[in-house]
Design a protein around this ligand. Sequence first.
Ligand SMILES: Cc1cc2nc3c(=O)[nH]c(=O)nc-3n(C[C@H](O)[C@H](O)[C@H](O)COP(=O)(O)OP(=O)(O)OC[C@H]3O[C@@H](n4cnc5c(N)ncnc54)[C@H](O)[C@@H]3O)c2cc1C
Length: 453
Amino acid sequence: MAGADVDLFVIGAGSGGVRAARIAAEHGARVMIAEEYRVGGTCVIRGCVPKKLLVHASRFAHEFEDAVGFGWTVTGAKFDWPTLIANKDKEIARLEAAYHATLKHAGVEIVESRAVIEDAHTIRILKAGARIRAETILVATGGHPVRSDTPGAEFTVTSNEALQFDRLPGHIIIQGGGYIAIEFACLFHAMGAQVTLLHRGPEILRGFDDDVRHHLRSEMVARGIKIIFGQTVASIRKDGHQLEATLSSGEKHCGDTIMSAIGRVPNTKNLGLEAAGVKLKKDGAVAVDEFSKTNIPSIYAIGDVTNRIALTPVAIREGHAFADTVFGKTPRGFDHLSVPSAVFSEPELATVGLSEAKAREQGFKLDIYRSGFRPLTATISNRATSILMKLVIDRTTDRVLGVHMVGAGAAEIIQMAAVAVRMGAKKSDFDAAVALHPTSAEEMVTLHNKVSG
Ligand SMILES: Cc1cc2nc3c(=O)[nH]c(=O)nc-3n(C[C@H](O)[C@H](O)[C@H](O)COP(=O)(O)OP(=O)(O)OC[C@H]3O[C@@H](n4cnc5c(N)ncnc54)[C@H](O)[C@@H]3O)c2cc1C
């Protein structure tokens, strides 16, 4: 395009946008990236990373408990929330600076402003009021948490604020049953808060395998988290420092904090997408093809704003594939099959491949292997907890379609199982692998307990 200021303008410096910008620049493109908040995006600033740091902090509580059975006396252990938040903020600032440096090193120009689209090749930078002409525009604006519109919803917080509280809540009521609700419920509970989880559905973690959903829920309840199913919050009333939630049943619950974790929506509003004629899906996400191209040939979109699979590694892969396709002369899409995922709950849950229900829905004839056992750490500490492992096998081909686990280290174990699933491993390959003893993971290669076929 004659007279373009840049080859690529990326809107949003989160996981996907940063990767796309860097790779495009490495392919020789002139790249500009706009960020309205902080470089690093949701994952680094108010998602995966700060959340996982809080999860790590919360896990010491169980470790101190278990330590007693192993002969340790832990006296005077105290938890200080402000210290954790200050140290977390320091680490996030370090990561943000590293992202800035990476982009600068690749030759990408960073614009610290909101940017909106004016037409298929024009972007307006709001802070400076400047217009930039770009050969290609990449929308990588991510998503934001939804707040319900019930009376009193203004008293609720979302995950954004929960990562920045100035003190640990005394009693937090969390609305939602997805992974973010579950993770915050577990971490606040382990740190000492009283937690009530309110979910409108009949079970937590819709979309995950039913056995792991039930298992994690019973572990959470056994630890003391109160879970109320089948209800929503009808209204919220503030009385001094207390909040009173009236549920759809009329029941009332009081706490000092109410967190809304009822979902996230793509950032597509007031972005100029309509002006450029970009088509959206019913859920408000940008509609794209397998190469992340919208219906407007010069505009692409990746990551949470497309609401395909809203996870960091997916946004990164989509961004990389986009940059290779458009600037690296190697057109390639990103295959969204067998993406592993984890819930950093207590205990942890992780999964790759198909759930039993999904596999049956797709017409597979299945063999199901399942095992529940007590982890070694819980034996002499006497903690009432058990690990669940489950393999979903295609009986016709012996292929492993899904691997599911609840228990300590689940995410680390499932990451490696994802390699096997991706390669099309069979149950016989799992059986042929020699156990690494004594571990929890060895159960994956010694699973002979066929529970259904
Ligand atoms: C609490 C929480 C925990 C999570 N935990 C995990 C996890 O454990 N593992 C995992 O894989 N994923 C996790 N996620 C999801 C993950 O963070 C996202 O999938 C990922 O960040 C998506 O990357 P993205 O590039 O699409 O968007 P984002 O990272 O959201 O980046 C979009 C950026 O665009 C900016 N922006 C928006 N509009 C404009 C505009 N008009 N102009 C300029 N800038 C703009 C935003 O400020 C933002 O920085 C978590 C999310 C949350 C909220």
